[in-house]
Design a protein around this ligand. Sequence first.
Ligand code: NDP
Ligand code: 1BO
Length: 316
Amino acid sequence: MKTLKFRNNDEMPAFGLGTWKSGEGEVYNAVKTAIKNGYRHIDCAAAYGNEKEVGKALAEVIEEGIVSREDLWITSKLWSNMHAKDDVMIALKQSLSDLQLEYLDLYLIHWPIAQKKEIPFVSDVSHFIPLEELPNEETWAAMEDAVEQGLIKHIGVSNFGPKALQQLIDNSKIKPEMNQIEAHPYFQQKEMMGFCETNGIHVTAYAPLGSGDRAAKFKAENEPVLLKDPAILDIAASKNASPGQVLISWAITRGTSVIPKSVNPKRILENFEAQAVELSESDMDKITALDKNYRFLTGEHWVYEGSPYTLESIWA
Ligand code: NDP
Ligand code: 1BO
């Protein structure tokens, strides 16, 4: 299994299981099936509303002796309503308790956006807190404290653009080690990949299969369908692989971590086996040519008239 090496030589399995949208009654089986079949990296988040069920599965696979805690890499994410210094520890301890863990391998600021604590999901412009009032640096300092307390091994961010990342790099004791961002052949993020490489930051690719099961509010009309792209289908046929496997292998081959979500046992296995699908230089070149600068998750759901956050400021 390919790994990404962190600054202290800890190694994160490049391939993991995504859990966004994995519903109640589904995610427990998905995590157990995944770990029983070789997965060692699970991507979680408080905002996914399913960490308790993930935690039950994790506790059981450890109790059953299938894996030990040290064999696993568990990532979670801090939601936007818990960015205030004192709230970071409350949120982290809740995730640890729900996941039935004593530490996280990686904790990420989910979005560079702060919102009021009482409102878990914004629905009005008054629910935001401007970054001038609650800067990412304050949130980060609290995450650094949690690392010192042994509750987190590594810290990073998600959905950060180069400007927000640079600000954290310039104002932190522990430099960010991960940016989890949308990345797939239609949105290859070459600039961000370069920025992260220069600064020793790893990249985890989310929505690697096109995130087809997003709710309608997160979707545009007539979206392109990555899993049906003719070039991907051709390469898949030539390897006797599935289109999903080609997309996963592409992400790993270019040096990112990748966390496809599935709750379907057959696809959970199929995705794991993608790690054995080898792409030639010419396959990689054909896929590189597919870039359309097309985001599936545009960030539009954060945009409200008069808000301190705009699409430009979020992705800057
Ligand atoms: P993905 O690109 O992983 O796509 C998931 C969809 O693909 C589901 O409908 C799934 O269905 C289907 N699928 C899974 N495997 C295959 C396959 N081999 N062939 C065809 N279809 C397949 O989307 P996500 O948005 O879920 O992204 C992956 C993970 O990244 C998330 O679950 C989450 O952990 C993380 N993420 C993080 C974000 C962030 O802001 N940091 C944002 C978005 C995602 P089924 O389950 O039925 O198999
Ligand atoms: C708004 C989508 C977040 C998934 O991680």
